[in-house]
Write a protein that binds this ligand. Sequence first.
Ligand code: SAH
Ligand code: SF4
Ligand code: F3S
Length: 484
Amino acid sequence: MQIGEAAHQIVFLHPMSQTQAPTSVSSRKLYIESYGCAMNFSDSEIIASIMGEHGFTSTQDELDADVIFLNTCAIRDNAEQRIRERLKHLRMNKKRNNDLIIGVLGCMAERLKDKLLEEEKLVDVVAGPDSYRELPKLVAEVDEGGRAINVLLSREETYGDLNPVRLNTNGVTAFISIMRGCDNMCSFCVVPFTRGRERSRDPQSIVKEAVQLAEQGYKEITLLGQNVDSYLWFGGGAKKDFKKLTEEEQASSVDFADLLELCALAVPGMRIRYSTSHPRDITPKVIHTMAKYKNICNYIHLPAQSGNTRVLDIMSRNYSREWYMDKIEMIRGILPDCGISCDIIAGFCTETEEEHQDTLSLMEWSQFDFSYMYKYSERPGTPAAKKLVDDVPEEVKGRRLKEIIDLQNRMSTEKNQRYVGQIVDVLVEADSKRSDQDWMARNDQNIVVVFPKEQYKKGDFVQVKIERASTSTLVGVAVGYASL
Ligand code: SAH
Ligand code: SF4
Ligand code: F3S
């Protein structure tokens, strides 16, 4: 899952949302901005669906909005600072329109709770990730003259019955949340506090959503969870340890590999991706399932965070450097052609220079296709903030991060050269950022491929002969249609 404030984009309610039948005659306009990870973007589509059912139509113009929701991220301090800046700007909108309702939703709302109402006077609504069904009621409370908050976390809520309104869509690729929350408690991470306990969504509702997307012409789904490898459905409830299930429950349970298979069979004309895998929990069964079905993409996002076992230990990642390397070998043994990407944190508490070198050597050994790389940012209330000292000086963190980024860029550039002269199968997603004469597509391994449009259309599977490669992009020409 591409996560982090660096991935921040603004999304707008897609005009499709207006086709959702309103249950009230109100025609108020809603504008949503999403920050953070794919799960948050996916949540905004659930929010749009809930609000759509209560008569809110979409606008892409924030100045036209009656309600503005910021769906926020709290993963690093700078993610929250960006929201604070955005709120400052929204003061102008409120000056123009006194009735404007401003809501802060998502992880920052959950982390700060009523403090947010105290600190940010222009915020009317604060809602956490498990309370979106309450949003129409919270807005109604504001209409009555109050300010409204609901940050209750749930052990059951999966929004599995809702029909997400696809936002800012390219009509080709879509996210499907398969689970919520996280039970892992990595010491640096705020997610267990902002998203609560892990719970898996009913597989039938996931398959139904995939089939609906296929019927609407979508060509690729990405199944989302903070740790997809611990997906487990056995008929409901929060219990998730397979060994603790009754025999009957075990027999009828669906794990992540089973879910992948169900999806692969249900939507054979669609590509299937997923994110995020956890090195502790990833199983050969998942990789064999990927190998068995051509429509499951050969790509795995497998965050290491660090390449040093002591650091991994104080991060509470529950695996060692060697364990991580075994998993990479296991993947490459079953799927030699698999793209692998990584997340790395530079300068975690007490990290020494040698331990940082271990991260660099693990990256080099693993030959990641690309990585998301961050400086450690202490999050209040996390185990690391409580028990460890954030003692790596800012400039050392910065220098280590730069070394990590430089290494990844060098590897990506070298690795992408292997495609030059080859023909790769891609799915066309959108106009290229640089030119509307070119398509932006992705190959199986999730690498961006750009080529002249010619007669090809968005959503086509195309064979592209690669002519040159840079750090992040392959450039080529189409040579024909591809089959999935
Ligand atoms: N569930 C995923 C990651 C979710 S958060 C996993 O376990 O891999 C996305 C990424 O943000 C993490 O992989 C980590 O690299 C980074 N991250 C999380 N907390 C952070 C922090 N406090 N400081 C810096 N980076 C952090
Ligand atoms: Fe955070 Fe760890 Fe859960 Fe990922 S697995 S969301 S890093 S606690
Ligand atoms: Fe995602 Fe940020 Fe929350 S990464 S889970 S939106 S803290």
